[in-house]
Design a protein around this ligand. Structure first.
Ligand SMILES: [Zn+2]
Length: 378
């Protein structure tokens, strides 16, 4: 989440801007002020192209935000906590605390966004129509917004997961079959299908097959770009879904590692790297001070020490001291631990029972655990 800044709250939901948003904002503003408006309204004075262009850009992003708010508000009414909304490169994402537990909730939540965009398109079109006689600036601005909201609705309704249309598709299959994972798999296949279709379409358009429809060869590249974006979003969302599903029902003590090699705190990093680190597959060491555990050392931390300092740095200096460790209880849910590690950017948490360290959970191990469990189930 380090790539975004928080702007404020709407209906209590924090709303953030990804840095990539600034690029796309400039891109759209230039496109509008430099090409679209001068082309469509050649009689305006130059300053107005920029004023109207910037206003249109801002209202476009307000439209995207409204689309995400529609998802979020319907989700919240259905009992799904929405943690934040981030506007980025292509549009927006509402970060939800958990997935819908019922297909109807998912269906309503997924459909709310595109329906909202269609309503916005209608609203902007009406304003454009009403103002066309006496204010060409307002009419021009709202006409473009009407079109773009319609395109936004249409693009999002493509039935490929994780687009809204793909979520609608998943909800319907889920409702019919009663099987959430099967529905997710089918919607995911549809998502891949859409991205391959976009690539083939893009290549055909690139070689001139879209000319009759008014599509230039260059817009083929745009299709291909979109396809790669969708393809990676599909893969990522599917992985997250299986990860969450696999971890459901497990607690910290189910997934933690219990045995760790112990190393004394005075051991130098060179001694550690040439000895215990080579002979064990353990992802972590307990650094001891006599009988007491003083801290924890991971291979990541060892690598962070510059090589020419290996002889003068001890394990005790490189470790994370016990008092700085992030602690979870043995009965905490594995999924909520993974979410916490994601939010706080942690590689490792310590499982503590009655004041004693009983295990360790490394993020990589947790993900591997979920993957293995998922493979065994398939
Ligand atoms: Zn949406």
């Amino acid at each position: 989440m380090g790539r975004s800044i928080q702007l404020g709250r709407i209906f209590g939901i924090p709303f953030r801007l990804d840095y990539s948003w600034f690029l796309i904002f400039i891109f759209i503003t230039v496109l509008l002020s430099y090409l679209y408006f001068p082309d469509s309204y050649p009689l305006w004075s130059p300053a107005y192209y920029w004023i109207v262009g910037i206003a249109t850009s801002l209202l476009f992003f307000a439209s995207v935000l409204t689309h995400e708010l529609a998802h979020s508000l319907v989700g919240i009414r259905g009992g799904i906590p929405v943690k934040s909304i981030t506007l980025f490169f292509f549009g927006g994402i509402a970060h939800i605390g958990k997935e819908a537990s019922h297909p109807t909730t998912e269906l309503k939540m997924a459909a709310a966004g595109p329906l909202c965009s269609i309503a916005l398109a209608g609203l902007f079109y009406s304003i454009s129509w009403l103002s066309s006689g006496f204010n060409e600036y307002v009419a021009g601005l709202t006409l473009w917004l009407a079109y773009i909201n319609l395109i936004l609705a249409a693009f999002n309704m493509i039935p490929g997961f994780p687009l809204d249309g793909g979520r609608v598709l998943r909800a319907i299959i889920w409702r019919v079959t009663g099987n959430y994972m099967r529905a997710t798999r089918i919607a995911t296949q549809a998502g891949y299908g859409v991205s391959y279709a976009l690539i083939i379409g893009g290549i055909l358009i690139f070689f001139g097959l879209g000319r009759e429809l008014g599509l230039s060869g260059l817009s083929g590249l745009w299709f291909i770009f979109l396809a790669f974006f969708l393809n990676s979003a599909t893969r990522m969302t599917y992985r997250q879904t299986t990860l969450r599903e696999s971890l459901k029902g497990f607690t910290a003590q189910d997934v933690m590692a219990r045995d760790f090699p112990r190393v004394p705190r005075h051991l130098t990093i060179r001694e550690l790297a040439h000895g215990p680190l080579l002979t064990t597959s353990s992802q972590c060491f307990l650094v001891t001070d006599g009988e007491r555990v003083a801290g924890i050392l991971t291979p990541h931390q060892v690598k962070a020490v510059p090589r020419d300092h290996w002889d003068i740095t001890t394990s005790g200096q490189a470790m994370t001291p016990v008092e700085n460790l992030k602690i979870v209880r043995p009965t905490d849910g594995a999924l909520s631990i993974l979410e916490r590690m994601g939010e706080e950017n942690l590689d490792l948490v310590t499982v503590v029972s009655e004041g004693r360290i009983i295990g360790m959970i490394l993020r990589d191990n947790l993900i591997r655990f979920a993957q293995r469990f998922h493979e065994l189930k398939m």
